[in-house]
Design a protein around this ligand. Sequence first.
Ligand code: MG
Length: 377
Amino acid sequence: MNISILGSTGSIGTQTLDVVREHPEFKVTSLSCGRNIKLLEEQIREFQPAFVSVSDEKDALDLRSRIRDTKTKVYSGMEGLIAVAEDPDSELLVTGIVGMLGIRPTIAAIKAGKKIALANKETLVTAGHLIMPLAKKCNVPILPVDSEHSAIFQSLQGNAENKIHRIYLTASGGPFRTKSIEEMKNAKLEDVLKNPNWDMGAKVTIDSAGMINKGLEVMEAGWLFNVKREDILVLVHPESILHSAVEYEDGAVMGQMGVPDMRLPIQYALTYPRRISLSGDRLDLFRLQNLSFFEPDLKKFRGLSLAYRAMDRGGNIPTVFNAANEKAVSLLLEGKIRFVEIPDLIERAMDEIAFISNPSLDQILDTEKAARESVNR
Ligand code: MG
């Protein structure tokens, strides 16, 4: 199968290429990345895509001269992202790009009839009301790549006729799970960037530390599986072995377990409904012995309760939540704010920005801008 990847130099992109490398049945036809053109050049030489896209036209010029000896073409900007999304030679698009930049290319790919291996949460969080009906209309599957959503999706197989009673969405709890609110207040950026179990990009790792990532995932699950917020229970599970579960009406709980390795959900999205071999560690339940589960502390993780509020209000408020968080995280990475200020900034933006019940794509993008400006003051 031919595939395209948005965000090929990021955490999801590089792990997707690890899966491709392992299985000759996959071929990469196009790639996009932000600014890491050094790594993109290596990927071009190894996977020989027909074309690639980078954010910046200057980087595109530089890359064109570096890869003169290859046949790969180089595009840039949103046009380039959309070209990758619509790549006529590709059957499936992996959306491993971070942020709301992913919305337009995802829409373009759905319209072009590509299967979507969805790793970009922002697309459903902010535009789920546009994306899900469009995918249905175009008869395109949205295959979740996020480990929790993949686990739910895997637990749903063979149960098309059965109603979901509840979803258990698991969370590692991040580096502050056992720390006091006081300790969290004094946390330095390097403490925030330590995730105990998962290897992820900086943005997702920071989101995980404050459980804001889990809030986004609850919203994402609501769209993917058509389940109400009250029926999605966040389950703190520090070992990250149960990757999420579905409870059916008869009380049966079906979950997916495995070692924490993103390549599995990525590969399942690529091979669905088949399963094929995958290298790496296997789960050893004898060695593991104990699994533990806790309720999340909503006082400590205020970002999660704000996410619930955003989901309950709906409309453009999840966009406000997401965009305000994105801006706050970039300010944290620049050293301009402290980690614990992130929920305050999100809350202020949620209170300030006017509610729109059924926002168009343009209104979503306007809301994004307004939320970022609110945080930047
Ligand atoms: Mg996840």
